[in-house]
Unconditional design. Structure first.
Length: 318
């Protein structure tokens, strides 16, 4: 029997198909193409899943279950997406919409919580009694697992550190608050801030890289420009990374997990990860690379997390 993990992201929909030995046999992705209706999105996800099963020559009867990680506040019992600001969803029954289109059981959870389950069961958090998961990309997410239970909160939004307010009267966030961490450190916010600040004098290297067209400073090419050694650019990056590190340190103080696991596009860049750890140890020397660990699942976590949901729901009952 096979299991499917689906990662619904703001940029891409990705999936992995695994066998009973947890070996990934097939994977695929396609653009999310936002904005779109929930029905259109459900159609696209179902078409991707069934299409890839066909390519892998796996029949629907051979699929035991699927899991999906969804960015936003997800009721783990009903699968209703109560709020997903980057998708414009409010009380959307996405799990039911998908279940209508898929012929096998589907389990749904918040994407950061799915990632946390993946790390807890098969990654850098294996063996911990408690762990804090931090994800950084299009949004900023978090999840806390304690003694085999994921903290949900009364509103299923426990762990959403991206919506901690870090600046009074700050920029309006898509969640409706002002000054959220996400408005400062998410990838789109980083690119926007750098675009506004980039001039030939302030960032000569970056300005030359984009041929003077600051609109070319985008998230999709961030990996190419974020390491350019312009003092003006690196000052901004340091400010952004420090804000994230300070928020994480405060969260650690509140929750005191055994380990902290970090994952996301920006953490994949070595100099960003190093600066993050530098700022964390500046605030507390104990919060070093032995305590704050990079994801053990790396780019596989998008679909391994949802696969872990399936294992958890069907076999472990945590």
């Amino acid at each position: 029997m096979y299991r499917i993990g689906i990662d619904l992201g703001g940029t891409n929909i990705a999936l992995g198909i695994a066998d009973e030995n947890k070996k990934i046999l097939h994977k695929a992705s396609e653009p999310t193409n936002l904005p779109r209706s929930a029905e259109s999105l459900a159609d696209a996800i179902a078409d991707l899943v069934m299409g890839e099963l066909g390519k892998a020559e796996i029949s629907e009867e051979e699929v035991e279950a699927a899991g999906i990680g969804i960015p936003g506040t997800v009721n783990p019992v009903t699968g209703v997406v109560e709020y997903a600001n980057n998708f414009g969803f409010v009380n959307v029954p996405l799990k039911d919409l998908l279940q209508e289109r898929l012929p096998f059981p589907l389990h749904a959870a918040n994407d950061a919580k799915a990632a946390a389950w993946g790390e807890y069961l098969a990654g850098a958090g294996a063996g911990c009694s408690s762990m804090l998961m931090i994800t950084l990309g299009t949004g900023v997410g978090g999840a806390m697992i304690v003694n085999g239970s994921c903290l949900e909160g009364y509103n299923y939004a426990a762990g959403e550190i991206g919506h901690m307010v870090i600046r009074q009267g700050g920029k309006l966030c898509t969640c409706g608050r002002r000054g959220c961490l996400e408005t400062h450190v998410a990838t789109h916010a980083v690119a926007e801030r750098v675009r506004r600040a980039c001039t030939k004098d302030s960032m000569p290297g970056l300005h030359a890289f984009v041929d003077g067209d600051v609109d070319k400073i985008e998230v999709r090419n961030m990996e190419q420009w974020i390491g350019i050694e312009d003092p003006g650019l690196q000052k901004i990056i340091d400010d952004i990374v420090e804000r994230l590190a300070r928020t994480v340190v405060n969260t650690i103080t509140l929750l005191a997990p055994d380990k902290v696991i970090i994952y996301g596009f920006m953490f994949e860049m070595d100099h960003i990860q190093k600066r993050f750890l530098d700022f964390c140890t500046y605030y507390d020397s104990l919060y070093d690379g032995d305590y704050i660990l990079k994801s053990g699942l790396s780019d596989r976590i998008g679909y391994i997390g949802p696969l872990a949901i399936v294992v958890n729901e069907m076999f472990l009952g945590m």
